[in-house]
Design a protein around this ligand. Sequence first.
Ligand SMILES: *[C@@H]1O[C@H](CO)[C@@H](O)[C@H](O)[C@H]1NC(C)=O
Ligand SMILES: *[C@@H]1O[C@H](CO)[C@@H](O)[C@H](O)[C@H]1NC(C)=O
Length: 507
Amino acid sequence: MWQYQRSRVMLAAFLLLSFVTVYHLLPRTPESSDLFSSKDSSSISTVKRPKNPKLHLLLPTTSGDVNLCKTILSAKALGYPEPVILGWGGKFDTWYLIAGGSHVAKISRVLEYLESLGPEQDDELVLMMDAFDIWFQLPPETLIERYYSINERANVRIQKHMGKAAEIEGIKQTIIFGAGKRCAPNQPQTVACYAVPNSPVSDDIYGGNTDTIMGRNRWTSHRQRYINSGYIIGPAKDMRVMFKKAWEKVQSWPHVDEYDNGSGESGFMHHGSDQAAFAKMFGEQQIQREVLRRRHASTWTTKLTQEPSVLKIEGTEVGDILNPPFTHEPMEYVEGEIYEFGIGMDYSSDLGHQTMNSGWDAAWLRYDDPEDVFLNKTRKGRNDFDCKYRGDFKIPADMRLYDERDFLPEGRRWEQVNLYTHICMGTIPVMAHYNGDKKERERQWPQFWVQQYGKWIVENTEQYGGGRIGASIWKKDEQAQFMGWDTLCPAEYSKELYRGDNLALVS
Ligand SMILES: *[C@@H]1O[C@H](CO)[C@@H](O)[C@H](O)[C@H]1NC(C)=O
Ligand SMILES: *[C@@H]1O[C@H](CO)[C@@H](O)[C@H](O)[C@H]1NC(C)=O
């Protein structure tokens, strides 16, 4: 179970060893941070909340890259389980697919892995994520706590919105995707886009521009609510059902979609993109929820009052998702077919932040700065289209589920390192996902304390009880092979990985 705790490098312990005290050397025990016991009784949980959830960390990639090393290094520093690499060494050259088919292969490889897990592992959490553009900045305890709390809040909203249909039809959220501001690669007139529900986040985060096409570009002022498949987390059982359906979908897509906007691009996109498949499934799930909500609603009043806010797609009103006024793809609703997968969104970037059309929404901030200095940093390089800081200048309770001095350098507290912060939401995401300008991965790496201590972590993890560093190469029907750091991350990556900059710790 608590393998992620044991594997965390005791950085603080090492650094204190020579000077001060042995207090911090005491290893963390499971008893000292029993996350879930106090919450179990009070919360309205519709998702089973196991005591010590096991986490699988899946990274689909055919080959290595310096950016894979950043992901693995950050996972190691924060105590994540050893990553499992899927699809290693695979060749993708199907001419009519994006990246030769490597994006959709993500679906089949993850499905193979999920199918290899036994029924006793059904409740274990699986996190599938992009291998080249995501960094962890908070430990798995926070990730898991937020996974459950996001679902609990969503399930309260579902019950409120759907009335008795939620219970009768057994509708609940168990899977969370990253959220983006643009419905892509699907087109706005399709089920994948127009049926996507509103965000519960405040509708003025970008002032009067919110959810309009006014902004730095036509997407920047939208609240994030569209599927991004950069990270997906859910219980093995539900993930298996969802990935199976997605795999069926990508295999059966027509070459050109009937409801293409005339460019002919949709067929190509849908064949090549795993995100397109999940987006379509999310849209269909919402339409089915609306059909069922109406079916079980008793009077016209409930029917009318249960849709409070105006739904828009790129600034255009959708109206009734079962029949929008514009030219649209209708849903071929087959009675008895399964459209419910428990899919939901990480609306507030509690888990991660997608930088696409959203780079100005985040900054690396120090929580021990005086408020005026902190606010000054949130305004740097920004303009009137950008949001204002919405947080409370504090480290949230779910980052106090452990003693961070045990793994931050020099026994520091969270306030004493830079933290990647979503300015508009006031949240400190578990992950930063650089899916926008890819160069930001080089520009921002020195801001992160893991960069500065990377070399030390790699060289000392075993000696200080952090275990080995590397990844497990998993292939169907084969014994998983361990691949060590030196093979995955050869010496020529060192220049980029360990830059000797000091930005992350200096105030
Ligand atoms: C049609 O959709 C494609 C994406 O599939 C997009 O690239 C293109 O810009 C759209 N065309 C118009 C005229 O909006
Ligand atoms: C905020 O930034 C402005 C412009 O860079 C600077 O003149 C001012 O001194 C800063 N204030 C604080 C409190 O850091």
